[in-house]
Design a protein around this ligand. Structure first.
Ligand SMILES: NC(=O)C1=CN([C@@H]2O[C@H](COP(=O)(O)OP(=O)(O)OC[C@H]3O[C@@H](n4cnc5c(N)ncnc54)[C@H](O)[C@@H]3O)[C@@H](O)[C@H]2O)[C@H](O)CC1
Ligand SMILES: [K+]
Length: 492
């Protein structure tokens, strides 16, 4: 499992390992360097390693001698040779003793970069603590300038590992090999262009140690598989629940149809789509398994509200008083777990007192704009630290919050899961409605609300990613058609 942590987490893990576990810092550095070196394509050669004076630089010197021991051609550029951290000094001295070519004259740097094929960036890691000034601005500019293949040690130098902000300028890596944790700052969209392909490697610490310091997890297929409930041979449709989708309006019948069809394909035993009277005759594109109900028939609605296993509320309903009244009615007359999305969220933003009624029974699935409306935070404020914003909201209202977007966040107020599946081929209308239907369907099938959010977002993005290998744009219909196939693939 990959855990997410900020600069403080690295410091805490470091000092626990050194002071409580008695692992000498130089051993951690050696492990870090060895595992970093292990990720380098063995066909690459002719490395320039640019080292700072802290432990990130120390990692760089250790990598230098390990590459030399693999018979690679290696040169080192030292940004500073005085006042190095203790472990950095040790590895610097070893490099000197081994006769590795070393340079520290800034005027030689450009030539050095030009004459090497790969640049390893070990200037700053988690210790970056101020904006970059001379000579570091020049060093980083030079690293970026010549189109060389760049691998960053732990963090692209100049990026703040906690916030993802740049210290004025930052290395634009092709690959980032990060130690122990995926850095929280990597989740900030502004960092994306600097990171390249990210890999997280261990430094010899067991998972239970890392877990002590992080409750934020990057979900992978193995983790999602561990949550899945296999179907028993003798199960019948009653075991897989009844999902009620309350969605759609004359302008947005598609949203309702998409959610309902997604719920069917995800395996809910029964799916009923409840729409306003004027939409009823527009539901011909619903899959035939979907049952329908007229929202103006209050008795039928009451009956459904009492017996269904989950309710999806919101897609395409319209942001208007009628939707708000309907939400109040649903909340008053049902205890079923709910997925609230789109206009369900928009009307809640108009009447925050209702949020109290969602306690311990709801997952809200806003995108950034909807989350801004319901939380009262600006998009800029949320974007600075999406995890914190999501966690705070979840805690305040005791709801599961699934904040959609590139790197979707799902939190139950203390634990945070980040979903990295999905890509911009899925950036079109109807995707959110699909996720709503999938999530509600999973809840009906006896997954917890939290697990449904995790599995739903992973599966949704996973399908999109797989399909995008052979299609340019992926539609909601494409996703829905492929749900059963890829859902099956998640069972390892
Ligand atoms: N547990 C782990 O993950 C391990 C990580 N390792 C590596 O150690 C670095 C962090 O090392 P640290 O010494 O704390 O910080 P840095 O090397 O990033 O740099 C600190 C150094 O740089 C100076 N400095 C900071 N900002 C600036 C600036 N803008 N301009 C100039 N100078 C600056 C600061 O004063 C210090 O002198 C982590 O990233 C990993 O790579 C360990 O090797 C193993 C355990
Ligand atoms: K670095």
């Amino acid at each position: 499992m990959i855990y997410i942590g900020d600069n403080k987490t690295t410091g805490e893990i470091d000092s626990y390992s050194i002071n409580t576990l008695n692992i000498p810092g130089i051993v951690l550095m050696e492990n870090a360097a060895r595992n970093f070196t292990g990720t380098i394509d063995t066909n690459l050669d002719n490395f320039l390693i640019v080292c700072g004076k802290g432990n990130n630089g120390g990692d760089g010197y250790a990598v230098a001698r390990q590459l030399v021991s693999l018979n690679k051609r290696v040169s080192v550029f030292s940004c500073e040779t005085s006042d190095m951290s203790r472990d950095c000094q040790i590895n610097y001295d070893i490099c000197r003793n081994l006769g590795i070519p070393m340079e520290n004259d800034i005027s030689a740097l450009e030539e050095l970069i030009i004459s090497h094929d790969v640049v390893i960036d070990a200037v700053f890691g988690t210790g970056l603590d101020k904006p970059l000034a001379a000579p570091y601005d020049k060093i980083i500019n030079n690293i970026n300038q010549y189109g060389k293949y760049i691998i960053s040690v732990d963090i692209p130098s100049g990026i703040n590992g906690s916030t993802g902000e740049t210290a004025g300028i930052a290395v634009k890596a092709d690959r980032t090999v990060s130690f122990v944790t995926y850095k929280q700052g990597f989740l900030n969209y502004s960092a994306a262009e600097f990171l390249g392909k990210i890999k997280v490697v261990n430094i010899g610490l067991p998972e239970h140690v890392i877990k002590k310091f992080s409750n934020t997890v990057l979900m992978d297929k193995k983790y999602i598989s561990s949550l899945l409930i296999p179907r028993l041979k003798y199960s019948h449709k009653g075991n897989f629940g009844h999902t009620l989708i309350i969605a759609g309006s004359p302008e947005f019948t598609g949203a309702a149809v998409i959610s309902a069809n997604a719920a069917v394909k995800t395996g809910s035993g029964l799916v009923t789509l409840a729409v306003f009277h004027e939409c009823l005759n527009m539901l011909s594109s619903c899959s035939p398994e979907v049952m329908t109900a007229d929202l103006s028939d209050k008795n039928r609605l009451l009956d459904l509200l009492k017996k269904v296993n989950s309710i999806a509320f919101g897609p395409g309903l319209g942001n208007n008083p009628r939707t708000l009244e309907l939400l109040k009615f649903v909340l008053e007359n049902s205890d079923a777990p709910m997925v609230i999305d789109a206009d369900g969220i928009n009307v809640l933003a108009e009447e925050p007192a209702l949020l109290e009624k969602l306690k311990n029974r709801c997952i809200l699935t806003p995108h950034l704009g909807e989350f801004s409306r319901i939380s009262g935070l600006s998009i800029e404020e949320i974007s600075k630290d999406r995890i914190k914003a999501a966690k705070d909201f979840s805690k305040k209202y005791s709801v599961i919050l699934l904040l959609k977007g590139y790197n979707t966040i799902i939190t139950n107020e203390c634990d945070v899961y980040v979903n990295t599946t999905g890509n911009s081929s899925m950036a079109n209308g109807g995707m959110g409605d699909t996720l709503t239907g999938i999530t509600a369907s999973l809840i009906s099938q006896k997954y917890t609300i939290f697990a449904s959010g995790k599995i739903g977002s992973f599966l949704h993005g996973y399908i999109g990613e797989k399909l995008s290998k052979r299609s340019f744009a992926i539609t909601a219909e494409d996703i829905i058609r492929n749900i059963p196939f890829y859902q099956k693939k998640l069972f390892l």
